[in-house]
Design a protein around this ligand. Structure first.
Ligand SMILES: *[C@@H]1O[C@H](CO)[C@@H](O)[C@H](O)[C@H]1NC(C)=O
Ligand SMILES: *[C@@H]1O[C@H](CO)[C@@H](O)[C@H](O)[C@H]1NC(C)=O
Length: 406
């Protein structure tokens, strides 16, 4: 009886308001099939699915429909090729040209993560820079054949940095925080999600919506801790940190980290050693491959072309494996473009490239955050007063250091 009641309830809801499909991978898949026979109907459903602002604007509707058709043709042509290892499909950005997608989310001049890193190395000297990160401890290990932190339930849900379609170049905040979330999950077993918006607003080491470096995010969180993204939700624009000063003083820090490690550069073996222990943040030149990333649906992206554009995006490497059918080696990468993009929000990139920077530059300078002491929130749960957490954490760090030395 219960399922039938649910069905009746669902049907009633559909009769009251037009029944809208949710923008999920399955529905995009269905739309793509529908588009073969009825491209106009598919576009209308797409526009309604996203409640696009041009639904009431005939001219703009027509323009977007034409771009949607072009994307459909591009998807069909790509997927019909037999020399490609990945497929394209529809997603929330299927009414944009790749150029528009680039302008909107990468800006005219995306910050080059490599240039930012070099400038800082010049300022601090390479030594100064590397002193901020702890030395890489896994260089002598033989990494396992495969690792999949997602399968092990150690990866927080995929986020969407394109919320509301607002342009904000803060992938570094999403990349950095995904690394902090991973460090926390490995330590506590909890899938706590954290605020990128606080980084955009308050992290003076980076540039808000104009880019930054994920390892600066690690540094900032080492100093200040991180709050929940429910407390400080993502707005896709810079809001004032000073207006939040009051809030800053009473911030409810839920997660702290104890350090970060810069994985040896230009070395996919070192990256495997790192990822076998923890999800690791990597910078990629996805703008170079935006034709592919824009409508990526599934499979392994890979060709041995080097980056010619800046490293303009940060993502989380959460595993690596070899495709059983094709024997192709790949990295499993968590993106921040929503769960209906790619393989449930993930993309696979070719591993073990002939070029030392790796596919899309992913081996250029990876890094990960780590945790060795409990969170303040864990302390509070134990009934300890505020502040006891950091005291206990530093005491614990002393004890671990002492244990490590003796
Ligand atoms: C890459 O890193 C591994 C260990 O992490 C090291 O043994 C190897 O020599 C490195 N390769 C290069 C080319 O530096
Ligand atoms: C890269 O591929 C070669 C050839 O298949 C293999 O011998 C080597 O072990 C691979 N290296 C890594 C780091 O997977």
């Amino acid at each position: 009886m219960a399922p039938r009641l649910a069905l009746v309830a669902a049907m009633t809801a559909c009769c009251l308001a037009p029944c809208l499909a949710a923008p999920t991978s399955d529905n995009y898949h269905r739309l793509l099939a529908k588009a073969q026979a009825d491209p106009e109907g598919a576009f209308e459903e797409f526009a309604r699915m996203h409640d696009k602002p041009y639904l009431g604007d005939e001219a703009e509707y027509g323009r977007r429909q034409a771009i949607f058709q072009e994307n459909l043709a591009k998807i069909a042509a790509h997927n019909a090729r037999n020399d490609v290892t990945f497929q394209l499909g529809l997603n929330a950005h299927a009414d944009l040209t790749t150029d528009e997608f680039r302008q909107r989310y990468f800006g005219a001049k995306p910050q080059d993560l490599a240039a930012l890193r070099e400038a800082e190395e010049a300022r601090l000297g390479r030594e100064g820079r590397s002193k901020k990160g702890k030395p890489f401890p896994y260089g002598d290990e033989v990494p396992p054949e495969r690792r999949d932190w997602q399968e092990e339930g150690k990866v927080t849900p995929v986020k969407d940095q394109h919320v509301g379609g607002a342009p904000c170049g803060c992938c570094y905040a999403f990349g950095g925080m995904s690394g902090v979330e991973a460090a926390n999950t490995l330590y506590t077993g909890e899938l706590t999600t954290l605020s990128e918006q606080e980084i955009v607003d308050c992290d003076e080491l980076d540039y808000g919506c104009d880019g930054g470096d994920f390892s600066n995010v690690f540094e900032w969180v080492m100093r200040h801790g991180a709050v929940s993204d429910k407390d400080w939700p993502y707005k896709a624009q810079e809001t004032s940190c000073s207006a939040k000063e009051h809030a800053m003083m009473h911030r409810d820090v839920v997660v702290t980290i104890d350090g970060f490690v810069n994985v040896p550069k230009h070395n996919e073996t070192a990256l495997m050693q790192a990822v076998s222990h923890t999800p690791t943040v990597v910078a990629v030149c996805c703008g170079d491959y935006l034709d592919q990333w824009h409508l990526y649906k599934s499979g392994i992206m890979g060709d041995s072309v080097q980056c010619t554009r800046p490293l303009d995006h940060s993502v989380l490497a959460v595993g690596y494996d070899t495709d059983q059918e094709t024997g192709e080696q790949y990295w499993l990468i968590k993106n921040s473009w929503g769960a209906s993009w790619g393989e449930g929000g993930f993309v696979r990139l070719k591993r073990n490239q002939t070029h030392r920077d790796g596919q899309a530059g992913l081996a250029t300078f990876p890094g990960y955050a780590f945790k060795t002491s409990p969170n303040p929130s864990q302390m509070r749960r134990l009934g300890l007063p505020k502040g006891a957490g950091s005291l206990l954490s530093s005491a614990w760090e002393q004890v671990s250091l002492w244990l490590a030395r003796s």
